[in-house]
Design a protein around this ligand. Structure first.
Ligand code: 8YV
Length: 325
């Protein structure tokens, strides 16, 4: 008897063929009200879930008494009640590594776009505003040689440090829950307290996961420590930042600009004050959003799920406490 899987994120044809070969698949092709109703109807039969961008809480998962594994197409796992899943011995897997380089590229895209005002000035050209040689009113600031501050030195933070150190000759300072001697050796990076980093960095980049400890970590007091010429970059999760405090800091000139790929609520409301500010570059959570990387993530999630449903320990098991074989 094939295991039952509920799929709520589109797979490429080759991956879909693999999944359908080994399991009975119910496809939820959208997460609107109708899609969510179909998902709820399918959960009682489900042994496995595969998808992303959906908060899977106890209210939903109580509907799935036969659930064995949840394979997230993401590295972030803040959409999941990990204690609940572990208590029920439901294996939760994610997709680290395969998205590290692409997400770090997105971080540098925001650093460069924000420092050199690329979006603002590209729009100037597009709207016929380029009538004479560009002068100081449209100048940006240099990236090379400036101090790169990284908050959260995991895989993505390391990849950012690599780009800054080797690619742009940037001194790297970082804050993490513990010092990382290997990172310090590879990138000549220096550990700083959070407050010291905020006061010293020219570019302040958030690469933290969203947890109970990091939610709201960067608020009014933290923005007040930053220098007026500093630029704030967030490629982690929106809720690590007090967005109201960020808007206030930008309006008051406490920071020069912000490059944001994530927001407290997504999609970002078109009426958000952030979008009224010319010194904000906002992208729609594209951290890992390349064809190659999203296919690699989906393949990784599928491998994790099929292993779990076959009774094998998946390669990327998040809640290791659920593995009591
Ligand atoms: C995805 C991400 O955009 O991996 C993550 O945690 O935020 C991104 O890679 C998102 O999870 C949807 O797949």
């Amino acid at each position: 008897m094939k295991k039952q899987v509920v799929l709520y994120k589109k797979l490429s044809s080759p991956l879909m063929a693999r999944l359908q070969e080994q399991t009975e698949v119910t496809v939820i092709d959208s997460l609107d009200a109708e899609g969510l109703a179909r998902l709820r109807d399918a959960l009682p039969r489900a042994h496995g879930l595969l998808g992303a961008s959906l908060k899977l809480d106890a209210g939903l998962l109580d509907l799935a008494p036969n659930l064995e594994a949840v394979a997230s197409v993401s590295v972030g796992v803040d959409n999941y009640d990990i204690d609940y899943l572990t208590e029920r011995r439901i294996l939760l897997t994610n997709t680290p590594d395969v998205l590290t380089e692409t997400t770090a590229d997105t971080g540098f895209a925001l650093i460069l776009a924000t420092a050199r005002r690329v979006v603002e000035l590209a729009n100037l050209v597009r709207t016929g505003g380029w009538q004479r040689n560009i002068g100081p009113a449209h100048f940006g600031i240099d990236v090379h040689g400036k101090t790169l501050g990284i908050i959260g030195m995991g895989r993505i933070g390391e990849a950012l440090a690599q780009r800054g150190h080797f690619g742009f000759g940037m001194p790297v300072i970082y804050h993490s829950h513990s010092p990382k001697p290997a990172v310090e050796q590879r990138f000549d990076a220096q550990y700083r307290s959070l407050n010291d980093l905020l006061q010293q960095a020219d570019f302040i980049c958030l690469t933290l996961p969203l947890t109970a400890q990091t939610e709201g970590l960067i608020g009014t007091d933290e923005f007040a420590l930053m220098r007026p010429e500093s630029i704030f970059i967030n490629i982690s999760r929106g809720k690590v930042v007090d967005e109201t405090a960020l808007i206030d800091a930008l309006r008051r000139g406490q920071i020069r600009a912000a490059g944001l790929d994530v927001f407290e609520r997504e999609p970002l409301n078109p009426d958000s004050p952030l979008l009224q500010l010319s010194n904000v570059v906002a992208t729609p959570h594209i951290g890992s959003a390349t064809h190659e990387t999203r296919e690699a993530m989906a393949r990784c999630a599928l491998d994790n799920l099929l292993a779990a449903l076959a009774g094998e320990r998946p390669a990327n098991l998040v809640n290791t406490g659920a593995w009591k074989r």
